[in-house]
Design a protein around this ligand. Structure first.
Ligand SMILES: Nc1ncnc2c1ncn2[C@@H]1O[C@H](COP(=O)(O)OP(=O)(O)OP(=O)(O)O)[C@@H](O)[C@H]1O
Ligand SMILES: [Mg+2]
Length: 289
């Protein structure tokens, strides 16, 4: 469990460049949750998640990890970093070894694990993200954007974090690459039963995976609820530069036209079921049909 209490963060405090990036953020993130953190560019998503593993220290406020204040004297930030794994927005910032396998080994090696276990974890993590042995000796820099991202994710997974945070894991990928990565993350979440926080610009991308959506706007939490409930606010979301999934617009339009449908559908499949159910109910009410 991670808890944020009145967290504020100011870049360049007391300078002319001062930017209030987080304003009084209060959140509780329970174990095993699958969370989408959404917001337009500059809303504070990357700043927020870097607080969760101690990379950025809040200007004011408190953060608790499993009940312990991470800013308390003597708190082991190093342990926090291996428990809360962060995959950066730009994988280039995370990859630096000469070859892929060494890169994936870096985290567990740094945790002080024996060599055998380091290698075993690296192999396992690469398998989880769909990279076979043929990648071992490649330079991380000669890979495609999607492959680099997989290496960066494997590097964090090899540390077996309790919480996995991915900052825009699908940026720059084509729809197929995007679906592959998200499906893999979702599978991983189920297999390892970890907490996952997925940062994204796009509601559409995360809607079918996550069970909670936190919407950020100008450094503040605007909405925090299940996807269906958050999408009810689709008009407010548009005002802050976001859009609900397309099916949300369709279900709402049908509802406004008097079609007896529940507007909670967030995926095309759910919308289909809702529409079929409503049609069936309507037919049953009409005699001789
Ligand atoms: N290193 C920095 N120095 C100064 N200001 C910064 C720095 N990093 C971010 N900011 C500012 O802090 C605010 C929040 O930025 P942040 O990167 O957290 O947003 P974001 O939601 O992750 O955006 P994006 O979707 O573009 O990645 C923005 O106003 C941004 O300009
Ligand atoms: Mg960002």
């Amino acid at each position: 469990m991670i808890e944020l209490k009145n967290v504020c963060y100011i870049y360049g405090e007391n300078t002319v460049m001062e930017v209030g990036a987080l304003k009084n953020v209060n959140l509780k993130i329970g174990d095993g949750q699958f969370i989408g953190l959404i917001g337009h560019t500059g809303s504070g998503k990357s700043t927020l998640i870097q607080h969760l593993n101690g990379l950025i220290r809040a200007t004011s406020g408190e953060i608790y990890f499993n009940g312990q204040n991470i800013y308390a004297e003597g708190y082991k930030m190093r342990d926090l970093r291996s428990k809360v794994g962060l995959v950066f927005q730009y994988p280039e910032h995370q990859l630096f070894e000469v070859d892929v396998f060494s890169d994936v080994c870096f985290g567990p090696k740094n945790q002080g694990l024996p060599e055998d276990e380091v290698k075993q974890r690296a192999r396992e993590a690469m398998e989880l993200v769909g990279l076979d042995e043929s990648y071992d000796s490649k330079s991380p820099f000669e890979l495609s954007g999607g492959q680099k991202r997989r290496v960066a994710i494997a590097g964090v997974l090899a540390m077996k974090p309790e919480v996995l945070i991915l900052d825009e894991p699908t940026a720059g990928l084509d729809p197929k690459g995007r679906d592959e990565i998200l499906d893999q993350i979702s599978k991983l979440k189920q297999e390892r039963n970890i907490t996952v926080i997925l940062v994204s610009h796009s509601m559409e991308d995360v809607a079918k995976y996550v069970d909670r959506i936190i919407v950020m706007n100008h450094g503040e939490v605007l909405f925090d609820d299940t996807p269906g409930k958050v999408f009810h606010h689709y008009r407010e979301l548009e005002k802050v530069g976001l859009a609900a999934p397309q099916v949300t617009y369709i279900t709402h339009a049908l509802m406004e036209k008097g079609f007896p449908i529940k507007a909670e559908a967030i995926t095309v499949e759910e919308a289909k079921q809702e529409i079929l159910k409503a049609l069936q109910e309507t037919n049953e009410k009409i005699p001789n049909n």
